[in-house]
Design a binder for this molecule. Structure first.
Ligand code: G4P
Length: 555
């Protein structure tokens, strides 16, 4: 999958003096990003076009192909097909102009925001995709908040310019006012919808003219300079004059490009284009690669870890079982943070202190895999996970480092998961444990040991449905959900000791999470507020603290 020739015949060993330079070269030519958008904004279409430019696919439709064209590679893709949603995240790596790009794909449906959240923890940049007619939409806002927490650079692509949309200035204002993000348009549209004529590149003062390319083909971009008198023959005066006026306004009142602010996640470069007609995608990709940050240093127990640290380190950001039903495997996705990863290397697992040999590492491209020999910071590899990895786990060589964990979202719906068939208990247990490990859903338990049925705690109802569907298809157990009527969960900061000090509490149910910690479930915010007013000393958190050093409860 790697087509860019390395600068060496064989990678120098870590004791060679040119190791550092070779590592720096690999880190320097890597960029990694995830796309955040509301369903239907055009994420699949944009992804496909980017892959087309990267030569990773030959034909449009390869990503999106559904049904017969795409082999059914996992059981729950059936569910995706039935519901027309995208649940599974994948990683797509491709090379373009001597850069290795890792695109971390994220599920679009809001019920899977937690999965997206974990993927964003592995991304160095985000592309915020907006539909020009709709502007900011709920899911985009939610995911933007996650990017903001991590302060990652955000690049905005305003899509579907070939269709009637909102005024471009209004779209920028909305981002500034509602997200508190400065904007700097890199290009500016001339007209929109039926009258969309192209964009002006503000940096080069070139005009890229729009022609409706045949669907799926790369459009031929005709460009001229803004001063070219020919332009007025090709574009109506009123459209051009309006664009020029707006450009002047931007020069006077808009923020200038400042890469430091971009990298701090405070200013977003904005691009206008149309993914479907393939307009503006290549200039976007070129500008993105120029401005995006490379593999970034990461916060760990030992402070910031530089990607050029010669020893390998990385963390697990996603686990997925049964990606390939023929093998019934479990894959742990590792984001490499420093050093060089090599096939068969022995690393230490920070949470348990155990040594693990990483044999059969895979590069995963969508649904396809290839064994990798080496990989570098910014890359993602898949490891077969025989159950030892949990989300957030660090793997390292050399001096101990442990990366910041990935906290869980606060669940909002809770149901008992019943297994009506006692003879299927073994499979039920295996399925529940594996799906919990994967983070498909959070699992809570009653404090009463005799009530052994797990409680599913999720952000969205679809998550519950996926768990049931997968238990049935992958583990052969039919289950029943019994909703519990709670809507709010809070973790008790001081653990069981603090909870005991408070004594008996009312209007809430105490349960424990998979790490033996007390969690309080409330029917509504009012009950929660009441408890907090009565017990001001009790400190509660809406997200589960990150765990280290212990194994979770298994069913
Ligand atoms: P998603 O992954 O974000 O959910 O969006 P997706 O790419 O599937 O795009 C959603 C719809 O928007 C698709 O139409 C797609 O063709 C269309 N679309 C994407 N980019 C553009 C664009 O630049 N201009 C226009 N006019 N449409 C765009 P669909 O009818 O749902 O699917 P299909 O029949 O095209 O496959």
């Amino acid at each position: 999958m790697r087509s860019v020739p390395p600068v060496y015949d064989s990678f120098p060993s870590s004791s060679d003096e040119d190791f550092d330079a070779a590592l720096a070269n690999e880190v320097g030519r890597r960029k990694n990003f995830a796309i955040i958008s509301h369903p239907d904004a055009g994420k699949t279409t944009l992804t496909e076009k980017l892959l087309l430019y990267g030569g990773a696919i030959q034909q449009a439709g390869a990503v999106k192909a559904r049904g017969a064209q795409r082999k059914v590679t996992s059981d729950w893709m059936e569910l995706e097909k039935q519901r027309g949603i995208s649940i599974t995240s994948t990683v797509l790596q491709f090379d373009y102009r001597n850069t290795t790009i890792n695109l971390l794909d994220t599920p679009g449906h809001q019920d899977f925001s937690e999965d997206t959240y974990r993927t964003l923890a592995a991304a160095d940049n985000a592309v915020m995709l907006e539909d020009a007619a709709k502007g900011l939409e709920p899911q985009t806002r939610k995911l933007f908040e996650v990017c903001r927490l991590r302060q990652i650079p955000i690049f905005t692509f305003i899509n579907k310019m070939d269709r009637p949309g909102q005024e471009p200035l209004a779209l920028l204002d909305e981002i500034e006012a509602e997200l508190g993000l400065l904007t700097c348009a890199v290009n500016w549209p001339i007209g929109s919808g039926e009258l969309f004529r192209g964009v002006v590149d503000r940096r080069t003062k070139e005009v890229f003219l729009f022609s409706r390319a045949e669907r799926g083909r790369q459009s031929i971009e005709k460009k001229l300079i803004l001063e070219d008198p020919e332009l007025r023959n090709l574009v109506e005066d009123d459209l051009l004059d309006k664009a020029l006026e707006e450009l002047e306004l931007l020069e006077e009142a808009g923020a200038g490009m400042d890469l430091e602010l971009v990298h701090a996640g405070e200013l977003t470069p904005v691009f206008f284009g149309s993914a479907m007609t393939n307009f503006g995608v290549r200039p976007f990709l070129d500008a993105f690669l120029e401005m995006a940050q490379g593999p970034a240093a990461r916060t760990s127990s030992e402070g910031l870890v530089d990607p050029l640290r010669p020893e390998f380190s990385g963390f697990v950001f996603k686990l997925q079982a049964n990606m390939d039903p023929r093998h019934r495997d479990r894959v742990a996705f590792i984001r490499i943070c420093s050093g060089r990863f090599e096939k068969d290397m022995t690393v230490r697992h920070a949470r348990t202190g155990k040594q693990i040999r990483l044999s059969r590492p895979q590069k995963i491209f969508g649904q396809d895999r290839a064994v990798v020999d080496d990989a570098f910071p910014g890359d993602v590899i898949g490891l077969n996970n025989p159950g030892m990895f949990a989300i957030g786990d660090t793997l390292y060589i050399g001096k101990r480092v442990e990366y910041e964990g990935i906290p869980c979202f606060s669940p909002e719906i809770f149901s008992w998961l019943r297994n009506p068939n006692p003879s299927a208990f073994k499979n039920f247990r295996k399925g529940v444990n594996e799906l919990r490990e994967e983070g498909a859903v959070q699992i809570l338990y009653d404090t009463d040991q005799s009530k052994r049925d797990p409680i599913l705690a999720a952000v969205g109802q679809l998550q519950m449905e996926v768990v049931q569907h997968r238990l049935e298809n992958e583990y052969g157990v039919s289950t029943r959900l019994e909703p519990m009527g709670y809507q709010v969960a809070r973790w008790v900061d001081g653990g069981w000791n603090e909870l005991e000090k408070v004594g008996r509490i009312f209007n809430c149910k105490t349960v424990q999470d998979s790490w033996f910690r007390p969690v309080l479930l409330f029917k509504n915010d009012w009950n929660l507020n009441q408890l907090q007013e009565e017990h001001t000393d009790l400190k509660l958190s809406s997200v589960a603290p990150v765990v280290s050093g212990v194994d979770p409860i298994s069913l």
